[in-house]
Design a protein around this ligand. Structure first.
Ligand SMILES: Nc1nc2c(ncn2[C@@H]2O[C@H](COP(=O)(O)OP(=O)(O)OP(=O)(O)O)[C@@H](O)[C@H]2O)c(=O)[nH]1
Ligand SMILES: [Mg+2]
Length: 421
């Protein structure tokens, strides 16, 4: 019933910033002119109505966006890495896979064109022009590009029913579903046999639609009575309703009005949905006997009803053909509505530096500092001075002091270790 795929995505790394100085014939001390690295490309998932299944993602499971290019001299910025766009069927739910349980929802791509960023590209590193100050005109440091995000993603396609089969319990919904599709719902002569929505595919000529039996529609269902109103929410997503009524009930037309009242109490939009009113069980002698009377009662409330027998199949082909054409006209009027495109973004990651102790060493976790020090020229005499400035700027000094660092202690960040002064 559900289509599902798990993939790994890796966004592009950011390009590195560079250390470079202006060299011109008549300018003896050119200033820094190292350009920034370009940002890495994002991995983006987008809903596209031309895509119908997640099959492609079961064959190829690893997707990687392009990295940003490194910066150059003369303030040349590196090119941004191109985004990688993965197209999925409309109705795909995208979430992060969690290995400790509780997968986190990223987006529910319900409309064509909606997008979700599933791995953010790494930021390009700053070139040395960013590090010049009034007292340091020749900074020897530049930032390394940030790593692109890497995530495990779950794609799940919810089969959205085109047509909802509604009606009071025991009216013959399961019987009808079983008669027109390959679905095999349980059928029994008591109410609430069906306890959750059941889907079936109905074929009409070359075309098909998905029909769903929606159980639990009783008086007070909108208040949570019976099976609760969870299932009423499924009706919201369908385009057309088949409203089934038991012909052997004392007043079929009244049943129809009551069920429709229940629908509009839950959501007034539901009452507006195109609906086919269908009287079932016309094979029963007591129903046959009062067929004319039942017809009149529907005409009296302004409704044209269909008459079928889910048990014998009488009237079902005509009903399915009618449903198909109603569905097509509903789709046509929907196509005229302009849909707002939404883009979902993941939460930004935290950049607050953290400090923990490993033995006597204070270990700093600060991605920005790490990227800087791995690229630094450690032989530069200006290094201690520059490092100190950056530590203050990034809030690392504060974090270390809070952790109780004292002069003489050793401090490490990435693969760079130094003595605290
Ligand atoms: N004679 C006759 N009996 C029918 C017909 N359709 C359904 N039934 C009977 O009505 C009873 C209920 O049928 P179901 O298909 O289980 O009805 P339902 O609406 O799915 O009921 P719940 O899922 O329990 O709410 C069963 O005993 C069926 O055999 C019909 O067209 N003619
Ligand atoms: Mg049923």
């Amino acid at each position: 019933m559900f289509d599902r795929a798990e993939i790994a995505v890796k966004a592009g790394n950011g390009g590195d910033g560079v250390v470079s100085f202006r060299r011109e014939k008549w300018v003896p001390f050119g200033g820094p002119d190292g350009g920034d690295g370009g940002d890495g490309g994002d991995v983006i998932v987008m809903a596209d109505s031309a895509v119908t299944s997640l099959r492609a993602f079961k064959q190829k499971r690893y997707y990687k966006a392009a990295g940003g290019r490194n910066g150059g001299g003369k303030r040349k910025h590196g090119k941004k890495g191109e985004n990688l766009l993965l197209t999925v069927p409309v109705g795909t739910v995208v979430s992060y896979k969690s290995y400790i349980g509780g997968d986190a929802l990223i987006a529910d791509l319900e409309q064509p064109g909606q997008q979700a960023v599933v791995a953010k590209g790494g930021k390009g590193g700053f070139g040395n022009t960013h590090f010049a100050t009034s007292t340091n005109q020749a900074p020897q440091i530049a930032q390394k590009g940030e790593e692109g995000e890497e995530n495990s993603i779950i794609l799940e396609l919810k089969l959205i029913a085109d047509v909802g089969l509604i009606g009071y319990p025991n009216v013959g919904k399961s019987t009808l579903l079983a008669a027109v599709s390959a679905a095999k719902p349980k059928i029994a002569s008591y109410p609430f046999t069906t306890r959750e929505p059941i889907l079936g595919v109905v074929e009409v000529g070359q075309r098909s639609f998905v029909l769903a039996e929606i159980p639990g529609l009783i008086d007070g269902a909108h208040l949570g009575r019976g099976l609760g109103h969870d299932f009423l929410r499924h009706i919201v997503r369908t385009k057309v309703l088949i409203h089934l009524i038991d012909g052997s009930s004392s007043s079929p037309a009244e049943d129809m009005v009551l069920v429709n009242t229940e629908l509009s109490l839950f959501d007034s939009a539901l009452a507006q949905k195109p609906q086919l009113v269908v009287v079932n069980k016309i094979d029963l002698p007591q129903v046959k006997a009062r067929l004319a009377e039942i017809k009149d009662s529907f005409t009296a409330v302004g409704t044209k009803a269909f008459f079928v027998s889910a048990a014998t199949g009488e009237g079902l082909p005509e009903l399915m053909t009618e449903t198909m054409s109603l569905l097509q006209s509903a789709a046509r009027s929907e196509a005229g509505i302009k849909i707002q495109k939404k883009v979902f973004h993941p939460q930004p990651r935290s950049v607050v530096p953290e400090v923990h102790k490993e033995g006597d060493t204070f270990v700093v976790t600060a991605p920005e500092l790490e990227r800087m020090v791995t690229r630094t020229d450690v032989t530069s005499p200006r290094l201690p001075w520059e490092l100190r400035r950056q530590l203050v700027r990034l809030g690392v000094t504060k974090a270390l002091e809070r952790a109780g660092v004292k002069p003489g202690d050793s401090v490490r960040c990435g693969n760079f270790e130094w003595e605290w002064q």
